[in-house]
Design a protein around this ligand. Sequence first.
Ligand code: PLP
Length: 390
Amino acid sequence: MNVNIPVYLDNNATTPVDPRVVEAMLPYFSEKYGNPSSKHTFGYIANAAVDFAREQIANLINADKSEIYFTSGATESINIIHFGIADALFHKGNHIISSDVEHSASYESLLQLQKKGFDVTFLKCDNKGFIHPEQILNAIRPETILVTLIAANNEIGTVNNIKEIGKICRSNNVLFHTDATQAIGKIKFDVQDYNVDFVSFSSHKLYGPKGIGGLFIRKGLEKKITPLVFGGGQEKGIRPGTLNVPAIVGFGKAAELCNQEFDKDFNHTKRLRDHLFKTLVSSLEFVSLNGDKDNRLPGNLNLLIKGVRADSLIANLRDIAFSAGATCSSESGKPSRILKAIGLDDEDSKCCIRIGIGRFNTMSEINYAAEKFIEEITKLRLKFNYQSTI
Ligand code: PLP
């Protein structure tokens, strides 16, 4: 088998930058290096490139380019909305609705708001990781100022019904933010059709550079947000500071490629993902899927491998890059909050692995990985004399 080792299967953590993106970025480092706010030729060139990138990103999610704001990543975008809306609408109410399956960027910032006196309802997901539209409807109160919910889960890949939830928020006059960091570029995402007011996302999840993020703010709502930082007024004062032009150009190009190659990427990653899953479950006992089989991100697999600790598997399979869950939660060493939320106990949640398949993976890599997974899982079960109790 002709494969490049190590095989990268952690595309939910981050994606490689597409070479076409790198090529688009290069002139903006040392040739077209102007500050987009400068009123001379260098500035105009940089400003035109930023404007073009804004349009490329807007086209991917059916927004208007004036509704796209650049940040340093989804974490910052989410924080701008949470703290910005909480501050601006405090006079109206102090209730925020979210869920127990949010990414830490969202979850931790809401815990901070709780400390400041906001009343945050963390809705409980079902055993597939879904938050159902009627749960949102039942949780809305007169003092609710924001619903903030993950669109597609970064660990288990479950895709929420954002369109229905958006409809409920709109008809109840409640602002709706979604963390679509894993969704955008991977599944269809249309800000008009989905009735969303704010959307956070990141370039490095869609084959663009790291350290650059996007925030969609529906036209007119920017006036409702208190900024987190103050400065030179860039990004209409929502996120001041000199723009990172090369990264923005790369983000724009990456978004354009996701748009143009959407069907190809979707079908390719799903085909490889389904093939890997089928191969593993047909060769190994007591392997099951976490999350939903159908409404999930096309390249995502999250597997419970009974009796095999994810950290042992990761340590023994050095030529395959995959993870035990969210990259940030695996750093803390605690069992995944998401896996516990879908009902796994501590022991089982330590026996789960996340595999993220991306645009550049090949069938040979998947076959190689499958062979290695089967070999190592069998070995570890023998070593620890695993006997299922089911
Ligand atoms: N939200 C989700 C669902 C994510 O997967 C991530 C990154 O893993 C983030 C937010 C944070 O993105 P960033 O690290 O680019 O700020």
